[in-house]
Design a protein. Structure first.
Length: 158
């Protein structure tokens, strides 16, 4: 087997693997997601939504899921792929920043569904906290988790 060069985050972001697609929610999935259809976005779609979040505003993965579902006329947006693709977007943006690009996806403005900061983003919680505070967001700690205080008031309307 040949030594394959590891893909960059930016390359992963541009791969579509036959996505987007809409699938019927199976009986097994319906216990968790209900009935209807699930939209599985392409990674670049999640990135495009994240790019639209202006300074001083935030978005949650649930908001991204709603946008994906509406765009594809599905019942829900896939919680698994939306989360994974937000993570890929974050790493691709950081990769671009290290290459000197200024106009990167502001991934730090994307929070988990309950307003929690995402420890899996580049630089971990400390980096996301620093970047959000730089944009005037108040970060509070509850146990080991960090949240944007009153995050609902800063949610973007896309």
């Amino acid at each position: 087997m040949k030594n394959q060069k590891k893909k960059t985050w930016s390359e992963k972001l541009k791969e579509s693997h036959g996505l987007p697609k809409v699938a019927k929610i199976t009986d097994k999935m319906s216990k968790r997601w209900g009935r209807g259809t699930v939209a599985i976005p392409a990674p670049i779609e999640v990135n495009e939504i994240m790019r639209k979040v202006p300074k001083g505003k935030i978005i949650t993965i649930n908001e991204i899921r709603k946008i994906v579902a509406k765009k594809h006329k599905a019942t829900i947006g896939c919680p698994i792929t939306c989360g994974i693709f937000a993570w890929i977007s974050a790493n691709a943006a950081e990769e671009e920043r290290k290459l000197g690009k200024k106009d990167i996806t502001p991934y730090w403005r994307t929070l988990k569904s309950d307003g929690t900061l995402n420890e899996k983003y580049p630089g971990g919680l400390e980096n996301q906290k620093k970047l959000l505070e730089k944009e005037e967001h108040k970060i509070i700690q509850k146990g080991k988790r960090y949240f944007v205080f009153d995050y609902q008031k800063s949610l973007v309307k896309i």
